[in-house]
Design a protein around this ligand. Structure first.
Ligand SMILES: Nc1ncnc2c1ncn2[C@@H]1O[C@H](COP(=O)(O)OP(=O)(O)OP(=O)(O)O)[C@@H](O)[C@H]1O
Ligand SMILES: [Mg+2]
Length: 213
């Protein structure tokens, strides 16, 4: 469970305000769909919540704790932002096995299960450098969920995935939601948003708007 609160959050980069006084509460067990034009600030908002950028003013609170003060990063975070860092010289299982050593909470079984859930073969020895774009994206999703995160931040997670894959990923995300995760998905895919999102949010020139369903 992660309740994420943004209070008066603003971020300026080179005098340009890329996030403008954002106030919003994200609750657990819900999927938030984030849409908006190119450059409107979707990725920046996900970076802010992930603790990857510092606010110019305002705060992010996660379960009552202040990001960058009480902790460096959200605990139990699963994330896909732009180019994720898969290791090209290793296969799927080895990639996640290496990552799992950081937190030491996922078992080999958890790893295999998550690789299966995204439609890849956990026993395949094919190296990531030989993966198609969609296969890499699938593995990135497995990487984001294999530790059963409380907070899942996904930046256009399915834009390279085929139709059947998108169905599989949707099922998987609904499952994560049932487990109680707080999920925020930035997407240009209206269908993703309408099928998955409990709440739709729009970014426009750095401001966040609640969209009536
Ligand atoms: N590293 C950076 N340095 C300076 N400005 C940046 C940087 N990254 C993004 N920006 C600016 O921040 C603003 C928001 O960008 P952001 O990447 O969040 O948009 P987005 O909504 O994710 O767009 P897209 O739909 O294209 O992914 C844009 O004006 C962009 O130019
Ligand atoms: Mg973006």
């Amino acid at each position: 469970m992660s309740k994420v609160i943004l209070e008066n959050y603003s971020k300026k980069i080179n005098k340009k305000e890329v996030l403008k006084n954002i106030n919003y509460t994200f609750d657990s067990g819900k999927i938030y769909g984030l849409f908006g034009r190119n450059g409107s600030g979707k990725t920046m908002l996900l970076r802010a919540i992930a603790g990857l950028i510092y606010p110019t003013s305002g705060v992010v609170k996660i379960d009552g704790k202040i990001l960058h003060k009480d902790m460096s990063f959200p605990p139990k975070l699963g994330i896909i932002i732009e180019n994720t860092h898969l290791l090209p010289q290793y296969d799927s299982f080895t990639n996640l096995k290496i990552l799992s050593k950081i937190n030491n909470i996922a078992t080999d079984d958890d790893i295999k299960q998550s690789i299966k859930q995204v439609g890849l073969d956990p026993d395949s020895r094919l190296k990531v450098k030989k993966f198609s774009l969609g296969m890499k994206q699938r593995l990135s999703i497995a990487q984001a969920i294999f530790e059963k995160p409380d907070l899942l931040l996904l930046d256009e997670p399915t834009n390279a995935i085929d139709e059947k894959g998108v169905e599989e990923i949707r099922t998987l995300l609904l499952n994560q939601k049932k487990l109680g995760a707080t999920i925020i998905i930035a997407s240009h895919n209206k269908e993703d948003l309408s099928v998955l999102a409990d709440i739709t949010l729009k970014m426009d020139e750095g401001k966040l708007f609640y969209e009536q369903a």
